[in-house]
Unconditional design. Structure first.
Length: 167
């Protein structure tokens, strides 16, 4: 039986950076999964951008909980939103965070792209949400970026891109 998940690429940061990029993504899979596991020197939001598209084509709804409180947020296609906030409540912080993002039907050129994400925020709770990339372009590049453009993801943080067959 063939494996459903195929590792495409893994990046482990050897220097702190604000951006991790996966390029030349094969169009031979049904879906993609990105797993980000890391820390930052302070709380930060990370976003996912597709095909280096910085226009207002992203939106998301996020729910979060810490065990003592709950929160939610919605971002629309505002000019300042240049990627889907995949951990809206700052999962990358000094205690560490892990984020799993599913990108469905990424190579289809007749529909917008849907993203589901979940993040564990160290000792601070969890978030889950859904996002949309309002474009029919097939996704061939994924950037994971610091939302503020200046807070770095720490050395040792890892990012793995998986392809899924027949999801």
């Amino acid at each position: 039986m063939a494996s459903t998940y195929t590792p495409i690429a893994t990046t482990t940061l050897s220097s702190a950076t604000t951006t991790v990029t996966f390029t030349s993504i094969s169009q031979s899979f049904t879906d993609l999964v990105v797993v980000a596991n890391g820390t930052a020197p302070s709380a930060m939001q990370i976003r996912m951008r597709f095909n280096n598209n910085t226009s207002a084509v992203y939106s998301s709804t996020v729910l979060g909980g810490s065990g003592t409180s709950a929160s939610s947020a919605y971002t629309n296609q505002a000019p300042s939103i240049t990627g889907i906030p995949i951990d809206y409540f700052a999962s990358f912080n000094t205690s560490g965070g892990i984020n799993t993002t599913n990108i469905m039907n990424y190579s289809n050129t007749t529909t917008n792209k849907t993203v589901l994400f979940r993040a564990g925020i160290g000792n601070n709770g969890v978030t889950a949400g859904v996002g949309q990339f309002a474009s029919t372009s097939a996704i061939s590049r994924i950037d994971i970026i610091s939302a503020d453009g200046s807070t770095n993801m720490s050395i040792g943080s890892t990012f793995t891109l998986w392809g899924i067959l027949n999801a």
